[in-house]
Ligand binder design. Sequence first.
Ligand code: SF4
Ligand code: SF4
Length: 425
Amino acid sequence: MTTNHTPMWKDLGLDIEAHDALLSVLGQAYGDIYLAQENRPEGMGYFDFVMSEVHGQRIQELVDAQAAGRKVIGCYCVFVPEEISLAAEAIQVGLCSGADFAMDEVEKYLPRNTCALIKSSLGFKLAKVCPYLECSDMVVGENTCDGKKKAYETLGTMADNLYVMDLPQVKSGEGRALLKAEFLRYKEAVEALTGNTIDAAALKKGIAIVNNKRKAMARLAALRHNPVLPISGLDALIANQVFFYDNPVRFTDAVNALCDELETRIAEKTSVIADGTPRILVSGCPMAVPNWKLPAVIEASGAVIVAEESCVGERGCRNLTDDSADDMDGLMDALVDRYLAIDCAIFTPNTERAGHIKELAEKSKADGVIQYTLNFCQPYAMEAIPLEKELEETGLPTLRIETDYSQEDMGQLKTRVEAFVELLK
Ligand code: SF4
Ligand code: SF4
């Protein structure tokens, strides 16, 4: 029996009519893009269920946890250390949004030429359609790109629980010291929010939970490197997106169960693609739920995505935290080292990213790279030009795509992707 979640959504202050409209679009798109795929692993049933209840059962779990005294922390960027949140028994969820909503209203607050991810996130706040945002006890905004840091000033006038985390832009000694100071400040803020003191044992436990989650995602990523491809790029993307919402331990178990099945599929040579299907690496801006536009176009054009060099993907999951230290300072240093290795385009210089893309392309046996940039995202758009040159010098064909969440450029997008896929055949 389906539960009626409307009373819970009303209690959270959602605009029920607008929220119903959002859920209906999301459900339709999921059916058209995901459920219509053939030969899916059975383990995707778990992720289909999570997606069908992403605003329902999961929110009920968060609300129940709050009633039992736990706190919910929403965040927009992979720089917020979930290990610290978990160490204080808080629950961390992602808030980035992948669909246009209330854009006319958003453009009263933000310039038109702001990236879709930022506009969408503010749109979800203005339209009151995101239960994760509305149930968060603390919302963390991270000073990454200029667009985000200025948008948080605006969001701060609408949300009285916004906590801004500063981040370095340069990976120098000073940059590292800033990140460590910010992680220590975050730890204190989380302790104040939850009333729980974080000691080394609690932090080790948080690190273990998140390391296990990342290990499971690394296992999934590695299985996609096999010539016998056991899962589509779209399905792998959903696992990467659910990473940000689900209970971390349950999610880890579901990903590992999926990987067990994918190993069997590989052994039995059950591939989701025909021999000779071009294998694509997608690199660039993160894709938040329900942003499935470009992956759907790529996989409908006769190619398959074998890896994502993205924060919703390899960049967000790569690297574990060393948990060998037994004291707080050592563990905090290990966290800083792990997060400072993220090669986001907000850093200058960000030279290690090109090496990571080449390495990932080689491991995943990609025939080509599609660089995905959201319109008006300067950090990724600027890196795309030298990256294209560097990748093509190594013999990897690349396509640069700049797009947003609208459907207006679908025709042009399909034409360009189809031409690129033809080139790779
Ligand atoms: S791309 Fe950069 S700013 Fe965006 S989530 Fe990743 S690390 Fe954060
Ligand atoms: S996509 Fe680009 S502009 Fe948008 S939030 Fe991320 S880094 Fe900033």
